[in-house]
Design a protein around this ligand. Structure first.
Ligand code: HEM
Ligand SMILES: *[C@@H]1O[C@H](CO)[C@@H](O)[C@H](O)[C@H]1NC(C)=O
Length: 504
């Protein structure tokens, strides 16, 4: 009897082939994936998710094309669409009413940033850009205060930008009207403004260490939108062992952190508590107010991460916008001519432009707004996360859902813009006067909008106007300018060359 039973068991076991076992394991995994990622009732509609990967493969993977890629879905599903990146559930909000309802009407529920593995790896919950909760509140309030103080302080922001504009004009003048790529000179000028506020100094454009920093920022901006970062975010436990651009991103961030960590040390050495020179000094002074480091976010890690956030966000976006501006103005000579004549009429040649001129220069102001609309630098804003179960447009959004704002849809909405896909400053003009547009949110809205908006606007106006005052921009003979964008967390023009011909 026993022998027969033993034989039976052995037979059953041998019948179970390896592949049967695999099939069983797969079924279990699928079931687990299904149960874990099942959406609740009344969840926003969206394309059907595939097991494990969600909607990852249903559109062009790199984020830089996502803003163009899923047109049919938008038509089909409406203004609130769900998309799953592996196990990361997200919704995309389209249209001004819904954007405002979420980011201003129900803002308490939408102030968080999602915890994405790649960001988490570098920043944890530190700094201002990726943090949430108490840390974010403290870091954000402190940053706003410093930006305001240094803007109104002894050497006003305005004066810093004017001085820097002078250096930029000089550096570009050295090209003597010959074709050149303005990329890193523009980045240097823009970055010097945030550098003077954060670390108290500007750099010469030829400074090697400075150029290395700017190259790191540029490269990281590009690689942050790579498939490899996307995969790391979705499958971190696998991808942390694999080589690829995500590893390069991590080492770039470490290099940038090291730079600001050294800056912190050198500031510490010659700190005068009565005379803060810059953001780092002010932060060190704030830190010394809290002997118990467990109750505050004013510690060394946050000093480094907040300074780096300001440096990164303050460098990349604004210089990208300025590079778009030179490109568009060169591609549209009739627009350039009108800017030149407005400058000649209002400022003439003798003095430097200032932000006070903005009100008397509606055309130039409209051009800068149109550059931000068409440039569409941050197409999905910066992701947010639903902090508590919410209802939006009648749909249920569970706590933890990632929220993307489709700014492209807003800035290219055919119902809002006369020529949505064509550069046209008239969008911001009415009877020759500047016209504000509601459907224009390049800096996002609400309590967590861009804290650098005023600074960026002053920089764009003064740098752009100063360059246009001194130069006529022309395409190199026999070279065609492309208005195509390059992939990255900020959409920038592909590299181009132009000629800056002196005007006087
Ligand atoms: C044309 C230039 C710029 C554009 C288009 C831009 C756009 C944006 C956008 C869309 C956000 C996300 C806001 C949200 O989640 O609702 C943001 C956040 C941020 N920006 Fe800007 N920005 C620009 C310039 C600057 C400058 C010059 C600074 C430096 C002071 C800066 C610092 C930041 C910081 C620190 C955040 C994170 C804020 C937070 O999470 O609380 N930005 N920006
Ligand atoms: C965002 O809007 C653009 C323009 O309407 C559209 O082509 C794109 O598919 C949208 N993307 C998402 C993810 O909703």
């Amino acid at each position: 009897m026993l022998a027969i039973a033993g034989c039976l068991v052995a037979n059953i076991f041998s019948a179970i082939h390896l592949w049967t076992l695999l099939l069983a394991a797969l079924t279990l995994l699928l079931l687990n994936d299904y149960l874990k990622n099942r959406h609740p009732k009344n969840y926003p509609p969206g394309p059907r998710r595939l097991p494990f990967v969600g909607n990852l493969f249903q559109f062009d993977l790199d984020l830089s094309h996502l803003h163009l890629g899923i047109q049919p879905f938008v038509k089909k599903y409406g203004n609130l669409i769900s998309l799953d990146f592996g196990a990361i559930s997200s919704v995309v909000i389209t249209g001004l009413p819904l954007i405002k309802e979420a980011l201003t009407g129900m803002e308490q529920n939408f102030l968080k940033r999602p915890i994405l593995a790649a960001r988490q790896h570098v920043f944890k919950n530190n700094g201002i850009l990726s943090s949430s909760g108490q840390t974010w509140k403290e870091q954000r309030r402190f940053t706003l205060m410093i930006l305001k103080n240094f803007g109104l302080g002894k050497k006003s922001l305005e004066l810093r930008i004017q001085e820097e504009a002078h250096h930029l004009v000089e550096a570009i003048g050295k090209e003597k009207g010959q074709p050149f790529d303005p990329h890193f000179r523009i980045n240097s000028a823009v970055s010097n403004i945030i550098c003077s506020i954060t670390i108290g100094e500007r750099f010469e454009y030829e400074n090697n260490q400075f150029q290395e920093l700017l190259k790191l920022v540029d490269e990281t901006t590009c690689l942050e939108a790579s498939k490899s970062i996307m995969f790391y975010n979705v499958f971190p436990s696998i991808f942390k062992y694999l080589p690829g651009p995500h590893q390069k991103v991590f080492s770039n961030w470490e290099k940038l952190k090291l730079f600001f960590s050294r800056m912190m040390d050198s500031h510490w050495k010659d700190l005068n508590p009565d005379k803060p020179r810059d953001f780092i000094d002010a932060f060190l002074i704030e830190m010394s107010k809290y002997p118990d480091k467990t109750t505050t976010s004013f510690n060394e890690e946050n000093l480094i991460c907040s300074t780096l956030d300001l440096f990164f966000a303050g460098t990349e976006t604004t210089s990208t916008a300025l590079r778009w501006a030179l490109l568009y103005i060169t591609a549209y000579p009739e627009v350039q001519e009108k800017v030149h004549s407005e400058i000649d009429r209002v400022i003439s040649h003798g003095r430097q432009p200032s932000t006070d001129d903005r009100d008397s220069m509606p055309y130039t102001n409209a051009v800068i707004h149109e550059v931000l609309r068409m440039g569409n630098i941050i197409p999905f804003s910066v992701p947010r996360e639903v902090a508590a179960d919410s209802t939006l447009a009648g749909f249920h959004l569970p706590k933890g859902t990632m929220v993307l704002i489709n700014l492209t849809a807003l800035h290219r909405d055919p119902k809002e813009w006369a020529t949505p896909d064509v550069f046209n400053p008239e969008h911001f003009l009415e009877n020759g006067q500047f016209k504000k547009r509601e459907s224009f949110l390049p800096f996002s809205v609400g309590k967590r909008n861009c804290p650098g908006e005023q600074m960026a606007r002053s920089e764009l106006f003064i740098f752009f106007t100063a360059l246009m005052q001194k130069f006529a921009f022309k395409p190199p003979i026999n070279e065609k300018l492309s208005l195509k964008f390059r992939m990255g967390v900020a959409l920038s023009p592909v590299s181009y060359r132009i000629c800056a011909v002196p005007r006087q």
